[in-house]
Structure formats: C-alpha cells, structure tokens
Design a protein around this ligand. Structure first.
Ligand SMILES: *[C@@H]1O[C@H](CO)[C@@H](O)[C@H](O)[C@H]1NC(C)=O
Ligand SMILES: *[C@@H]1O[C@H](CO)[C@@H](O)[C@H](O)[C@H]1NC(C)=O
Ligand SMILES: *[C@@H]1O[C@H](CO)[C@@H](O)[C@H](O)[C@H]1NC(C)=O
Ligand SMILES: *[C@@H]1O[C@H](CO)[C@@H](O)[C@H](O)[C@H]1NC(C)=O
Length: 479
C-alpha cells in the first residue's frame, strides 16, 4: 500500500450554486449592462484618440502602464509598480489611457478582449492568449516529461492518498509520478523555481533569468515520512527560506552568494555535479515550450499580432537523490511579493528588472525616430550587417536560388517578415542582461561542429535556430 501512495486533490466544484441564486443573476445582468455601456463609451473615446502616433512615444510623452487584477494596491505587485515607475512610467487606467504596457496578474484575454484584440504595434501585454496551455498543470501532465506528485489546479488541498482511494475519472484529477527519493538538504525537501521568459512565438524565443533561482524548503523534515503532515512534502507560502537551512546559510548569508550558487557549492561538497541538474532544467523548459508553441500560436491568431505579447512564468522543479529533475508546474503569475520574506525583495526586483529590460519595456535612453524596419536599419541601434550570417554559405553556388532552407537567411532571400524577426532577436540579445537564452539553445563550443539540431521544428523555428548558430560562428557572445 505504501508504494501506491500518491499526492492528490480535487478541484472546487461549487460555482453552480451561485448561479442558482436569483439575486446573483440580477446583479450579474446589471454588471453586464454596465460593462457594455462602459465598453461603448470606451470605443468612442478611442475613436477620438485615433490620431495618436502608432509608434513608441517620443520623449515628451510619458510612458504609461496599466495593471489588471484583483486588489491591485494590496501590495502583491508593489515591486512591479516600483520598478516601472523608476523606469519613468506612470500608472494609467486600462480603459481611459493610451498605455504602453499592460501588466496583468490575472488572465486578461477574456475580460479585456475588445481592448486587446487589435493593439497598436508598440503596446505590450505580459501574457500570451492561451497561456493556460503552459501553466495549467493538467496540460503539463501530457508534456511527456517526468512528473512528480499528484496535484490538481488547486494549490493547497494536496494530500497523499493510497492509489486505491483515487477516483481517476473525476474531472480535474490527474496523476503525476511520485518522486520516491527526493534530494533532501538538512533533511528538508525543496523545490526550485526558474523564472522563464517567452519573448516571442513563431519563432519561439525563450530565456531564463539566470541571475538566481528560487529555492524553497518544506518547513518540516521529510523523515520520518507521514502523509498526514503536508509540511513535510508540500511548499506553501510559509516555506522555510534558504537562510534558515544550516548547510546553505554559510554560502548565502555569510559569503553573500545567491541561492543557485549556494546550492551548487553545497552539491559540490557532496561530490555531485550541479551541471547535471541545470542541463535537465533547460531541456525540460525547452521541450515543454516547443510542444506548446502551436497551441499558443493558434490562440494568438485571433489577435492582431503575437508580437504584442510576452510571458514570464516560474517553472517549478523537484530533484531526487540521483539528480533526476522532475517538472512540477508552471505558474502564470508567480508571486513576486516579499511581504512575507523581506530579504527576497532584491531577487524579485532583479527578476522584474531583467524581464522589463529584455522585452524592451525599460527605455534604453535613446529613442529611435524610426517607424518601419527599413527606417530602423538606417539608425545606429541595429544595421543590416548585424542581421546577416553564414558568409561562405551565402556566397556559395548552392544559394543561387532560395529553395534551400539554409539560404533563406541570405540577403537575396530575406523576406520582410523574417527581417522583422531578426531585428527583434538582435535587439533582444543586446538587452538580455542576466537572462540566458534556452530557445534556441545556446551551444557549447564543442557542440558547434555538429551544427544545430532542428528536427521536428517548423521552418521559422529552424531559421531562428540557424540564425543564432550563424551569429555564434561570427562572435562567441552569441553562442
Ligand atoms: C513629440 O510629442 C509632442 C507632444 O505630443 C509633439 O508635439 C511632437 O511633435 C512630437 N515630436 C516628434 C518628433 O514626433
Ligand atoms: C531564520 O533566519 C533569520 C535570519 O538569519 C534568523 O533571524 C531567524 O532566527 C532564523 N529562524 C530560525 C527558525 O532559524
Ligand atoms: C504572495 O506571497 C506572500 C508571501 O510572501 C503571501 O503573503 C501572499 O498572500 C502571496 N500573494 C498571492 C497573491 O499569492
Ligand atoms: C534551385 O536550386 C536547386 C538546387 O540548388 C534546384 O534543384 C532547383 O531546381 C532550383 N530552383 C529554381 C526555381 O531554380
């Protein structure tokens, strides 16, 4: 029986009772009418603003952000707001201001669909339509990666149950592999949270914030195991922070290293190689997102352009004694509040800073006056020579026409669409700060000989992979 123990929980199924309540229906109808009236007014308002330039505003216009979520000013987005305001943004309203950035804590594409369906080119939203494809645990369960534990879309409400008690046909119930021997540090199980940024789909470009990784420990020691004590194996808000784990404290507190380096240093003292962990983490993120890309693209196709969207998620992992890495879940709006653990403030601010910088939300201080790509390429920020790769191949006879995929990056074959993609990829690379690219993967020098593995990728993704490879051959900082 013990071998069949699994973690499980069930989805809340209580919404239907609300609908039965007549007065609630009345309230909802009234609210609906209000929303329609408001949207109508808003359309009129936007009509009157049509003349606004469609470009990144010039220096005399303030940058505006809007936020979307419940109880926005209760503090959980404090660091996001602070950083945006330090970068020169002022807060505006979703409906009544011409915002440059919408920071949504909740999924915005249903409620704000009319607002978001046809965004001007310079506007950014911090989610992709359909991002539930990545962050929904039920979807992760089919990603083909090893899984741990049995959970549902509810956060807490997790418990271990003998397999025989599970009703696997209940909607919202699914099984994840149970990690039998989690790696423990000072007896505590822990998870690893990797901040992951999707800057583009079609082609897919993904970065992780490499400046640090969130480590959270279970408050109670794992052994002797008791499934009734969830503090032994589930991480909640009240987790044990790294500075209270005595084997890691010397690195973290006394020597000033980050969480990731403290963990790495500790693993080395055990004679274990931390690279084994981080390579699996990269691979898992890469595989998961490449598999989800088509779903994201199809959800975005109902909107003007997927270029308006980006996403920052936290992907959580558990490691076992043999350093196998198990993906647990991806959080669409990771908690960036340091209210409970003030020492985490700087890490969260660095995460946010790096995301804003990578996506180009923090102004560089130099504003191009350019609008079209060709105008941009005559400005100093990025020139045409920065986009071309593979000089020998492009000069060779096999690229006399453009039928060969590998020739499509050469000047005579470069389409305007691809040029736009390369300009964005180039600028993003220069803005990456502490972010490290995982899609397309960066190659180690010894892997360069074999070239890039593009099996199973769509053509635009193949070209993106080739392009980074080509840049890397010209200059090692691109590898
Ligand atoms: C910058 O914005 C101001 C105010 O909207 C406008 O008057 C001015 O013409 C703009 N300058 C350029 C170069 O677009
Ligand atoms: C946790 O760490 C903090 C800061 O180092 C310290 O003040 C506190 O006493 C520790 N708590 C426990 C339970 O060890
Ligand atoms: C975020 O985490 C803090 C603990 O640091 C917790 O108090 C707060 O409720 C969490 N907020 C959300 C929205 O989950
Ligand atoms: C393009 O070149 C390939 C071989 O390099 C050749 O097989 C093909 O027929 C050429 N296509 C055109 C349209 O010239």
């Amino acid at each position: 029986m013990e071998f069949n123990m699994m973690l499980m929980s069930r989805l809340f199924r209580s919404t239907s009772s609300i609908m039965r309540n007549k007065s609630a229906v009345l309230v909802m109808v009234t609210l609906g009418l209000l929303v329609i009236t408001f949207n109508f007014w808003n359309v009129l308002y936007l009509e009157s603003k049509r003349d606004c330039p469609d470009l990144f505003p010039n220096n005399s216009q303030p940058l505006v952000y809007a936020a979307f979520g419940r109880k926005l000013d209760s503090g959980y987005l404090e660091h996001v707001f602070t950083l945006l305001e330090r970068a020169g943004y002022v807060r505006g309203r979703i409906y009544s201001s011409d915002w440059n950035l919408l920071w949504a804590y909740e999924y915005p594409f249903r409620v704000l669909k009319t607002q978001l369906v046809n965004l001007a080119k310079h506007k950014k939203v911090n989610h992709f339509p359909g991002s539930g494809y990545i962050t929904n645990k039920v979807n992760l369960a089919t990603s083909g990666k090893k899984k741990t534990q049995k959970k549902s879309n509810n956060h807490r409400g997790i418990k271990i149950q003998p397999l025989i008690d599970l009703d696997l046909k209940t909607p919202g119930t699914f099984v994840q592999e149970y990690v039998r021997k989690p790696l423990l540090i000072d007896g505590h199980k822990f998870d690893i949270g990797v901040y992951t940024i999707i800057s583009s789909i079609e082609p897919l470009r993904v970065y992780i914030y490499d400046g640090d990784i969130l480590f959270r420990f279970c408050p109670e020691k794992y052994h002797p195991f008791d499934e009734k004590e969830i503090d032994k194996y589930v991480i909640g808000d009240d987790y044990l922070p790294i500075w209270n784990v005595s084997s890691l404290k010397p690195y973290y507190s006394d020597l000033g290293f980050g969480m990731k380096e403290s963990f790495n240093a500790y693993l080395l003292t055990l004679g274990k190689d931390p690279k084994i962990v981080w390579q699996q983490v990269d691979d898992a993120i890469r595989t998961m997102l490449l598999r989800r890309e088509l779903s994201l693209a199809s959800a975005s196709s109902k909107f003007a352009s997927s270029r308006n969207f980006f996403e920052m998620i936290r992907v959580d992992f558990v490691v076992d004694e043999d350093l196998n890495v198990f993906i647990m879940e991806a959080n669409m709006s990771p908690n960036l509040s340091s209210q409970h653990f003030p020492p985490n403030r700087l890490m969260y601010e660095q995460v946010i800073y790096n995301v804003l910088k990578l996506i180009g939300i923090i102004p560089s201080g130099y504003r191009n006056s350019a609008g079209t790509d060709d105008e941009l390429l005559s400005q100093p920020e990025v020139a045409f020579k920065d986009l071309v790769v593979f000089p020998e191949r492009c000069a060779a006879s096999r690229c006399v026409n453009c039928s060969n995929v590998e020739c499509k990056l050469c000047k005579p074959c470069l389409t305007n669409e691809l040029k736009t993609v390369l300009i964005e990829a180039f600028k993003e690379h220069t803005r990456r700060h502490l972010c490290r690219r995982v899609v397309p993967p960066s190659l180690m020098p010894e892997e360069m000989e074999d070239g890039v593995d593009v099996k199973g990728l769509t053509e635009i993704n193949q070209l993106m992979h080739f392009w980074f490879h080509g840049k890397c051959l010209l200059e090692s900082s691109w590898c």
